[in-house]
Design a protein around this ligand. Structure first.
Ligand SMILES: C[S@@+](CC[C@H](N)C(=O)[O-])C[C@H]1O[C@@H](n2cnc3c(N)ncnc32)[C@H](O)[C@@H]1O
Length: 334
C-alpha cells in the first residue's frame, strides 16, 4: 500500500510535470538541437551559439537528458535518437509542433482550466473574449505560430495513419479545414491518380502548389465549412472534428455528405479515445479541446452516433501506430 508520505511526494512530483513542457518549449524556440548535429558539444559553446546562459542551459539540458532527449557525455551534450526529432531539418520535425502546443494561448488557457470545469465553456474565451479561431485569424503572431506549427504537430501522426489507409486509384480528394496543405500534399504524392482540393479559410491557404505535385492536380478553395464544401470523391477531415461540439460536427459532416459524389467517402483523421483508463495522448488532447474550443476527443461509439446524425454510416475504424485513427464513413441509406 502507498503510504500517505509517498503518495503526497508522488502527487507533488506529478504537478511539476509542466516544467518538462516548459523546458522542451525553451529549447525548441531556441533551436538548441540544430547546434548538435555532429556529436557532443561543450555547454559553453552551445550557450554562445544560442545566446543563452551556460549554467542555466546546462541545468535545463540535464533535465531533458533525464527524459532521454539529450545525453551527457564527457565532451558535453549530444542528441539521443529521440532528440533528433527536435532538429528543424528532421523529416518530421517536432520543433514547431512543440512551440505551437505550448504557445501562450494554450499555456494561459491551461492555467485557467478551472474556469472550464466550472462553466463547461473554453477557458480561452473567458481570457481572450472571443473564440479561438477568431483570435488566430486576427492576431498575426498567433496565426503564424498556430498554422505554422500545425503541420509539424500533425505531420508525423498523419504519416503513420496514412501508412494504414488506402485511397481509391482516381478522383478528387477534398481536404476540409486542410490548413497549409501538408497533409493533402502527402496524399497526392503517394497517390498519383488523385487530384486535390485544399479547403480552408482564405487567410490560411498557402496560395502555392507544393513541390512534387503537378499544377493541374492542386486547387485551393476558400470558404466556411459551415456553409458548404467543394464537390469531391473523398473528404479528409484531419484534426478538424475534434475542434467542435456535436451539433457543429453534424453540420460539417452534413455539408460533406451533400457535396459528395455518389459512392464517395469521408475519412476523419482524429484520435479515437479507448474505453479503458490507460494513459493516452488523446486524453490530454481532449483537455486542449476543452480549454480552447468547444470540442472534444471521441470514442468509436461517439463517432458512430455523430455520423448517424449527419446521415452517414461508419464503415470502419483504422488504427495506427501513432495517436491518430481513421474513421471512414459513407452515405447511409435514409
Ligand atoms: C486544428 S486545424 C487542422 C489543420 C489540418 N487539417 C491539420 O491536420 O494540420 C483546424 C483547421 O480548421 C480550419 N477552420 C476553422 N474554422 C473553419 C471554417 N469555419 N471553415 C473552414 N475551415 C475552418 C482552421 O483554419 C484550421 O486550418
Amino acid at each position: 500500500m502507498t503510504s500517505p508520505e509517498a503518495s503526497a511526494v508522488h502527487l507533488i512530483g506529478e504537478a511539476h510535470a509542466y516544467l518538462k513542457a516548459a523546458a522542451l518549449r525553451a529549447v525548441a524556440v531556441l533551436g538548441v538541437a540544430d547546434h548538435l548535429g555532429d556529436g557532443p558539444r561543450p555547454v559553453e559553446e552551445l550557450a554562445r551559439e544560442t545566446g543563452t546562459d551556460a549554467d542555466c542551459l546546462g541545468r535545463m539540458l540535464r533535465l531533458l537528458a533525464a527524459g532521454g532527449i539529450f545525453r551527457r557525455e564527457p565532451g558535453g551534450f549530444s542528441l539521443t535518437p529521440l532528440g533528433q526529432g527536435l532538429r528543424t531539418d528532421s523529416r518530421y520535425s517536432a520543433r514547431w509542433g512543440i512551440v505551437m502546443s505550448t504557445m501562450d494561448t494554450h499555456w494561459q488557457s491551461a492555467f485557467e482550466l478551472g474556469t472550464s470545469l466550472r462553466t463547461g465553456k473554453p477557458s480561452f474565451e473567458a481570457l481572450y473574449g472571443k473564440p479561438f479561431f477568431d483570435h488566430v485569424a486576427e492576431d498575426e503572431a498567433a496565426r503564424a505560430e498556430f498554422h505554422g506549427g500545425m503541420g509539424s504537430f500533425s505531420g508525423a501522426a498523419r504519416r503513420l495513419a496514412l501508412d494504414e489507409y488506402d485511397f481509391p486509384g482516381g478522383g478528387t480528394v477534398v481536404d476540409v479545414g486542410g490548413g497549409r496543405g501538408g497533409f493533402l500534399s502527402d496524399v497526392l504524392k503517394g497517390n498519383p491518380g488523385l487530384d486535390g482540393v485544399l479547403f480552408d479559410q482564405a487567410h490560411v491557404l498557402p496560395g502555392a502548389v507544393p513541390d512534387g505535385v503537378g499544377e493541374g492536380r492542386w486547387t485551393e478553395v476558400a470558404g466556411d465549412f459551415f456553409d458548404e464544401v467543394p464537390r469531391g470523391d473523398v473528404y479528409l477531415l484531419s484534426y478538424v472534428l475534434h475542434d467542435w461540439d456535436d451539433d457543429a460536427c453534424v453540420r460539417i459532416l452534413g455539408n460533406c455528405r451533400e457535396a459528395m459524389v455518389p459512392g464517395g467517402r469521408i475519412a476523419v483523421f482524429d484520435a479515437v479515445v479507448g474505453a479503458g483508463d490507460e494513459p493516452e495522448d488523446a486524453k490530454l488532447l481532449d483537455l486542449v479541446m476543452m480549454m480552447l474550443v468547444s470540442g472534444r476527443e471521441r470514442t468509436a461509439e461517439e463517432f458512430e452516433r455523430l455520423f448517424e446524425k449527419a446521415g452517414l454510416r461508419v464503415e470502419r475504424v483504422v488504427g495506427s501506430e501513432g495517436p491518430l485513427s481513421v474513421v471512414e464513413g459513407v452515405r447511409a441509406e435514409r
